[in-house]
Design a protein around this ligand. Structure first.
Ligand SMILES: [Zn+2]
Length: 95
């Protein structure tokens, strides 16, 4: 396995000296692991990320649905209250 003479920044693509831990341009942490790791490992990582992302997305979706559902219920009752109070005001005003 060849020893890298310089590290390519994963963020901005700048070539940095091999002894640097952070990019000299954007100060991102320089990680050579993705280039050294075999493709299979990266694929598994990507699948894991996708799976975790999907689980998180579903959880967020459920959370949002519950939250929006609660808000809608609350808003509906508020709207009903406002509507009824308007009706009462109209009725009182007409008298
Ligand atoms: Zn950089």
């Amino acid at each position: 396995m060849p020893v890298p003479l310089s590290l390519k920044c994963p963020q901005c693509g700048t070539m940095n000296p091999a002894d640097r831990q952070f990019c000299q341009v954007c100060e991102s942490p320089l990680d050579v692991a993705p280039e050294i790791l075999p493709e299979k490992r990266v694929t598994i990582d990507e699948r894991l990320v996708i799976r975790v992302g999907l689980v998180v997305a579903v959880l967020v979706l459920i959370f949002v649905l519950v939250k929006v559902g609660g808000l809608l219920k609350r808003n509906l009752s508020t709207i009903q209250q406002v509507y009824h109070s308007d009706l009462v005001e109209d009725a009182l005003g007409e008298r």
